[in-house]
Design a binder for this molecule. Structure first.
Ligand code: IPE
Ligand code: IPE
Ligand code: MG
Length: 246
């Protein structure tokens, strides 16, 4: 097992869970089987983060662009999400994990949306970890919706345009209650962001692995955290300035 420093953990880990389709192809299965295996990897990752004491885990589960996939795949992903919520709700509650979402969840199929709202409500007072699912999420849409809402608030006299700064803008985003991610993991060897958390990842450490999401295990998570712990986050300052602060 990979060793990590338990005192220097990323507070917020975000994961682009990619490669379910290619995993299925490698195993001569249909894409939907790949997504089913991917759901198992979600369980593993949530359990591992909870055990490690990660405060917030954001999982990119379905993008606004993923609506363009074949109808049977979209249907299967919605069904899988519903099934995940049914099975995991008691476990989330038991482990004191709060479920939250980012994205346009009004677009999700009505029964899934209802389950999500139910599980969010059930787990709303939990404070051991936040499991934040990005569903029907696209960062450009999120930013545009924030701008539109700010313009509307300004017209109604609720927002002074001169007072708009990074904090105010951040409060108009889906992530208003969450810290920015410290570490982004993308699986499956793709080196892109795919419209995920563009504003929030200004200073996130990026980690890419060739492992396909259904194969992603606790040790892969530990490797990503170990890589994060080997980085120096400078936020535009010099190395001397950063070490002087420690
Ligand atoms: C990620 O796996 C899951 C979703 C995007 C819903 P993919 O389905 O994108 O897998 P690949 O990229 O085709 O291998
Ligand atoms: C990003 O993966 C979205 C999710 C993991 C949910 P995609 O597979 O949709 O991304 P692209 O199309 O390869 O950029
Ligand atoms: Mg993909």
């Amino acid at each position: 097992m990979q060793k990590i420093d338990p005192h220097h953990l990323p507070g917020h880990i975000a994961i682009i869970m990619d490669g379910n389709g290619r995993w299925a192809k490698q195993h001569a299965m249909g894409r939907i089987r790949g997504h089913q295996k991917g759901a198992q990897a979600v369980r593993t990752a949530v359990t591992a983060c909870r055990e490690l004491g990660i405060a917030c885990l954001t999982l990119f589960a379905f993008s606004s662009e993923n609506w363009g996939r074949p109808g049977d795949e979209v249907n299967a992903l919605m069904a899988l999400l519903a099934d995940y919520l049914d099975k995991e709700a008691p476990k989330l509650q038991k482990r004191e994990i709060r479920l939250s979402t980012i994205g346009d969840i009004d677009r999700l199929y009505a029964p899934v949306r209802k389950k999500l709202l139910d599980v969010k409500k059930l787990t709303q007072s939990n404070d051991k970890m936040i499991l934040n699912l990005a569903l029907s999420y696209g960062s450009r849409d999120e930013i545009l919706a924030a701008v539109k809402k700010m313009l509307a608030d300004s017209r109604e006299g609720k927002l002074n345009p001169d007072a708009v700064d990074q904090d105010v803008f951040g409060r108009y985003l889906y992530t208003r209650d969450l810290p920015d991610p410290d570490l982004l993991i993308r699986t499956s060897g793709e080196y892109r962001i795919s419209n995920f958390l563009l504003w929030q990842m200004a200073y996130t450490e990026l980690y890419f692995t060739d492992v396909l999401w259904p194969d992603f295990k606790k040790d892969d998570l530990l490797k990503a955290i170990a890589a994060y712990q080997g980085r120096e986050r400078r936020f535009g300052l010099t190395s001397d300035q950063i070490s002087g602060r420690k």
